[in-house]
Write a protein that binds this ligand. Structure first.
Ligand code: GRF
Length: 209
């Protein structure tokens, strides 16, 4: 089996990246983590990756005048690594087509909600405010719709009486660490067609405001 070459994008703690690195220790896992890239020089996850002898790279978004210029620099680096897949793990950047188009069908992300519910930020707060009894996490392909690409896998988590955003986030994170390695393995063993309708840009008239 030829393992898929995966780069992981982070911005901070990197606990999901660490879960992927741990899973990929198994030679039977269908992917290897070849590099970890952060847009923040102080991202704690970089140290973990260095401790595992994984190549790390920082591309500081503050050094670029536009999102497109940052995305072009990031794309150049990712292309140089000859990657098959990219896994976003707490990567806190809105991406432009400069990055999205070359990696269509090859970039996945983990989001702390049961998509399509609670796209965007503050998912736990919004779930609690709505009084939902079940929350969770999802891994999906990245498209130009924020947290809106095709879902690969989801895991449910109960909402308990007295939960705060912090207690709920901690319970969801435990499941994220199990779900992401499973979903990456799925992505590494199936070809996704970026020309399918899910990846096509929506016509302007069908876009909501
Ligand atoms: C996770 O909750 C992930 O779902 C979200 O950002 C958080 C990142 O945590 N996208 P970590 O950096 O992986 O620890």
């Amino acid at each position: 089996m030829k393992r898929k070459r995966v780069g992981v994008l982070i911005s901070g703690r990197g606990s999901n990246m660490a879960a992927l690195v741990e899973a990929a220790q198994d030679p039977a896992y269908p992917a290897e983590i070849v590099c970890v890239v952060s847009n923040r020089p102080d991202a704690a996850g970089l140290k973990f990756a260095q401790g595992r002898n994984i190549s790390t790279h920082v591309i500081d978004h503050k050094s670029y005048a536009t999102r497109e210029a940052f995305d072009a620099a990031l794309n150049d680096y990712l292309q140089s690594q000859k990657l098959d897949l990219i896994a976003c793990a707490g990567f806190m950047r809105v991406m432009t087509s400069v990055l999205l188009e070359p990696w269509a069908g090859k970039m996945i992300n983990i989001h702390p909600s049961l998509l399509p519910l609670y796209k965007g930020t503050h998912a736990h707060e919004r779930a609690l405010a709505d009084g939902v009894k079940v929350h969770g996490c999802s891994v999906h392909y990245v498209t130009d719709e924020l947290d809106g690409g095709p879902v690969i896998a989801r895991a449910e988590v109960p909402v308990l009486p007295g939960d705060t955003p912090e207690t709920l986030a901690a319970r969801v994170l435990v499941e994220e660490h199990k779900l992401y390695p499973k979903a990456l393995a799925m992505a590494a063993t199936m070809e996704f067609n970026p020309n399918s309708s899910s990846f096509r840009r929506k016509p302007e008239s069908s876009k909501s405001n």
